[in-house]
Write a protein that binds this ligand. Structure first.
Ligand code: TGC
Ligand code: FAD
Length: 405
């Protein structure tokens, strides 16, 4: 345990600079005072707390790594710590910050024209504008390259048609980074900035979800959306441009998942030490200790993985497959930790009076979005074998659906 009473079994704290510790402490105390008292209510009622956006902007959480446009210019480890502390609160809150930084400000900064940067980055940084990222479609999730959304040249601009699904922040976004196949579906995938209120563009919230309830998830509709050529992100050159954004977001998710797992572990350790059954604390039973020991080991391994990844990223040595490994491991282990923590709480484990069921349900999404556990397994498999196992091969040697006989 460190000075906060956190689990820090391998003294990861010693790897942090004073600046990084200060950032962690600021976000942590903000979560403790502003978010956690209402976390269960937000989840139960399905509310994303819009009133907290100005405070997050005040802390510099949008454009956190960006050196220009008023960003804080912090390093990757500091950003990871922000994600960890936010997700100790709730995965929905970390999602909001992931989308703003990695999926909206990053592509505009990386691929945008000077005018696009001038227009949007200061607004997004200050929380006066909100963004979303539309890649997934109803029929194209793990395989975004099969998307059907198209952009057709029309005079000086483009006409976009398609549907995007499961889009975080969709209905509250002032600007959507939308990915579409150009040349009516035969050209490369490119990114477009579609503004709220553009005729033919609409967002509808997805209700009745049991995970990430304190986050807005929407479907985007694009029906003959006419957008000027200036709204094309000029630096985008194919699916790889979108995938680079995903690598940025997955990095933050790898850290965030540790925060959710830590919250579950800390809750359940305290509970197991005080809950008496058969005349003894739960924590004194061997079977419970086995679960706790496994949890603390997995949290420690996940902490070490993302601590090293942050430094590799700062040194420009992190490959996207490193990020896949960290996202895959940390999200899937956090989910398992949450499920075991829920079990140790017994009936209390299903109550929102404890944070565990909320984290557990959220982590179902975290393990699915930004590439499922299976997809990252295949990414790593391809990296180490040189063989692509994403799809069956047809007789013609093309990726596709295998013949049934
Ligand atoms: P593939 O041939 O592998 O790749 C095309 C080009 O891109 C390069 N590349 C990457 N670059 C940077 N980062 C990555 N992660 C990259 N992955 C691949 C690759 O080297 C290649 O470059 P080049 O120069 O050779 O052309 O493409 P593929 O069609 O085979 O697909 C690969 C696959 C399946 C791994 C990819 O499509 C994938 O990652 N699928 C998962 C889809 C996904 O993660 N969707 C996320 C949607 S956004 C979201 O969920 C937001 S949640 C936000 C929140 O609320 O927090
Ligand atoms: P599918 O791709 O249909 O996969 C279904 C199952 O099949 C999974 O278990 C998968 O692992 C498995 N599978 C698929 N292909 C293979 C294969 N080749 N081999 C083995 N198994 C395979 N997307 C955005 O663009 N922007 C967002 O902001 C965003 N936010 C989201 C928020 C929430 C709350 C959720 C739930 C999703 C969000 N997503 C977003 C979408 C998310 O990225 C996708 O759900 C995810 O990529 C998986 O796609 P899918 O749901 O279509 O599942």
């Amino acid at each position: 345990m460190n000075q906060f009473g956190d689990i820090d079994y391998f003294l990861c704290e010693d790897l942090l600079s004073d600046q990084e510790k200060g950032i962690r402490d600021t976000v942590r105390s903000w979560i403790d005072s502003k978010y956690l008292p209402k976390a269960a209510e937000y989840f139960e009622q399905g509310i994303f707390p819009l009133d907290l956006i100005p405070e997050m902007a005040q802390m510099g959480l949008f454009g956190f790594k960006m050196k220009e446009y008023g960003g804080r210019g912090e390093n990757n480890t500091a950003f990871g710590l922000v994600c960890r502390e936010l997700e100790r609160g709730d995965s929905g809150l970390r999602s909001f910050v992931s989308v703003m930084n990695a999926l909206v400000m990053f592509p505009i900064a990386e691929y945008g024209s000077p005018e696009q940067k001038e227009r949007w980055l200061p607004l997004l940084r200050s929380g006066k504008a909100i963004g979303c990222f539309g890649l997934t479609e109803p029929d194209a999730g793990s395989d975004p390259g099969s998307m059907r959304t198209t952009a057709v040249r029309d005079g000086e601009g483009f006409i976009l048609n398609g549907r995007k699904m499961w889009i975080t922040n969709g209905s509250i976004a002032d600007v959507a980074v939308v990915w579409a196949k150009t040349d009516g579906g035969t050209g490369p995938i490119r990114g477009f900035l579609i503004e709220k209120g553009t005729p033919g563009f609409a967002a509808h919230d997805i209700s009745r979800k049991f995970s990430l309830r304190a986050s807005i998830t929407s479907a985007l509709v694009l029906d003959d959306v006419v957008t000027p050529a200036e709204n094309l992100l000029p630096g985008t050159i194919g699916l790889g441009s979108a995938l680079r954004c995903l690598s940025e977001a997955r990095y933050g998710i790898a850290w965030g998942a540790v925060g959710a797992a830590m919250a579950c572990f800390e809750t359940v350790l305290k509970y197991a030490r005080s809950r008496i059954q058969f005349g003894a604390p739960l924590a004194s039973f061997q079977l419970v200790q086995q679960k706790l020991a496994w949890m603390v080991t997995e949290i420690t391994k996940a902490q070490l993985l993302c601590s090293r990844l942050g430094r590799l990223k700062d040194e420009g040595k992190a490959r996207h497959t490193h990020i896949s490994m960290a996202k895959m491991n940390n999200a899937s282990q956090a989910l398992k930790i949450a499920r075991i923590a829920r079990d140790i709480l017994g009936a209390n484990g299903i109550s929102l009076g404890f944070p565990v069921i909320r984290h557990m349900l959220n982590l179902e999404t975290v393990n699915t979005y930004e590439g499922t556990e299976d997809i990252h397994t295949l990414v790593i498999g391809r990296d180490i074998t040189g063989m692509d196992a994403f799809a069956c091969e047809t007789k013609a040697g093309q990726r596709g659906i295998a013949p049934s006989s």
